[in-house]
Structure formats: structure tokens, C-alpha cells
Design a protein around this ligand. Sequence first.
Ligand code: G3P
Ligand code: MG
Length: 284
Amino acid sequence: MLQVCGPNAAFQGTIRYLFRPCPHLILTPQSSPLFFTCGSRKIGLSKMVNPACRPHVTHVIFDMDGLLLDTEKFYTEVQEIILSRYNKTFDWSLKAKMMGKKAIEAARVFVEETGISDSLTAEDFLVEREAMLQTMFPTSELMPGASQLVRHLHANGIPICVATGSHKRHFDLKTQRHRELFSLMHHVVLGDDPEVKQGKPSPDIFLAAAKRFEGGPIDPRKVLVFEDAPSGVGAARNAGMSVVMVPDPRLDSAHREAADQILSSLLEFNPADWGLPPFQDLAS
Ligand SMILES: O=P(O)(O)OC[C@H](O)CO
Ligand SMILES: [Mg+2]
């Protein structure tokens, strides 16, 4: 059923016409005619893309922290501990500016945005948080749906890889309990890779990832990126790729506008929306 409400009948008619192939889309109006909610999510008109009109992708790039692995909570915890020493609190507006970036880039944001750069340099911040992170990373767990999706794409011959702002040493710690799953990736591009001159939102890491597939560089329009961070969504966009965002629910909706599709979990992803092989249970 398509249920559309808007400022006037002509507007409603236009939207009904545009989305007439979407039998299951139910929209309820907000005060602005440019936005609607679908379930609990706020959606801009530009994001109301008929799945039939989405590009059919051939290659998939996964972000790691906060997307495949539940590791963003470790950074949050450590940063809360450090900031409390300065009688300051770590909030999600600052988190949104840091996540997805290379360590030193995120560290500079942290000390500058919190106004503690005179007391703590970005480099010293990294040293201080390292001891805590090293004990946390080996306990990293997979995000819901990550294993199922990675295994499904791999089993169906879709080339997949990881592009993470994490550097090699942290990558090894975070993935030590998940080696078999990560071995399904065609390749992994890390934040300290020489080809990644600038971290997300620069497109460097995704362009390097697209280049390293068999037959690369792959046309960015054929690549689908999965991301959790605003900087990562920006990087995918800057690389000319489509992007599915799986944001933490605490991330402000303003940071979700650039994504092509927003999911509350990888468990919600329907590969067929993007021309990828459907899950068996959905196909039958
Ligand atoms: O989200 P990722 O995988 O690019 O990782 C980035 C940082 O290591 C953590 O925010
Ligand atoms: Mg991430």
C-alpha cells in the first residue's frame, strides 16, 4: 500500500505517480513537505528511491568499525574516560566528527573540539588511549547480520573487500577472533596504506579498494559501500559510489542525509534491492 500525505492534492498526486511501483511504501507527513517519516526514520524526498531504479552493483566494500565489528563503543568509552579528567563530557556530536577517520585525524578533532589541546596534544591523546584500547579490541564482536551478509555475498561470487580507517596493528587485534570471516574478503585496505593519503571523507580509501579487485579499477557506479560513519558516507559519495548507511541510533539524523539507503541493522538489507543475489529464504 502506498499512503502519501503532503501540503496539497497536486503534491500528493505527483508523489503517488512517482512512487506508483512501490506497493509497500507507507509515508506519513512531517511539517516540511520535503521530509517524511517511514517507520521511525526521517527520509528526505531525494532518498525515496524506488528500489527498481537503484543501480545494479557488482562489487561490495565494507567499512569495519561500527559496521562489521562492534568496536565504536570502545572508542566512545575510552574517550569518555579521558574527557572526564577535564570535567567535560563526550557527546554524539563530537563522536560524529571523529568516527571513521584515521587515528591522528580523529585525535586532532578530539583535542581541538573539546578545547583541551593546550593540555593534551593529539599525539599524547593517542598514546594515552592506546593501553585501554589494546585490552578491549581483542574482545571485538560482530555486528548483527554481518556474518550472514558477508557469507552470502561470498558464497554467491560477489567480490567483497574491507576499507577501514583502522591501521594494521589495530586491525589485527580487532579481527583476531574473526579471522575466518575476514579471510572471505578479496582484500583489505587499511588507514595506514600508502595509497590512502587522506582519511574519510576523502575518497582515497574507496578508490584504492575499487582498484584492487580483479579487473580493477571497478566502475564506482557498480560499487556498493556499507558504512556507519558520516565521514565514510561522504568518502563513498566522493568516490562516486552508492552507499548503504547503518548508523548508530544515537547519531543525529542530519548526518544521514547523504546515504542512498539507511538501515537500522545489516539484518534489514535486501540484496535484491541492489541487483545482488537474493537470500535463499527471500527467493523461495
Ligand atoms: O569505521 P572504520 O572501519 O573506517 O574505522 C575508523 C576508526 O578506526 C574508528 O572510528
Ligand atoms: Mg565505521
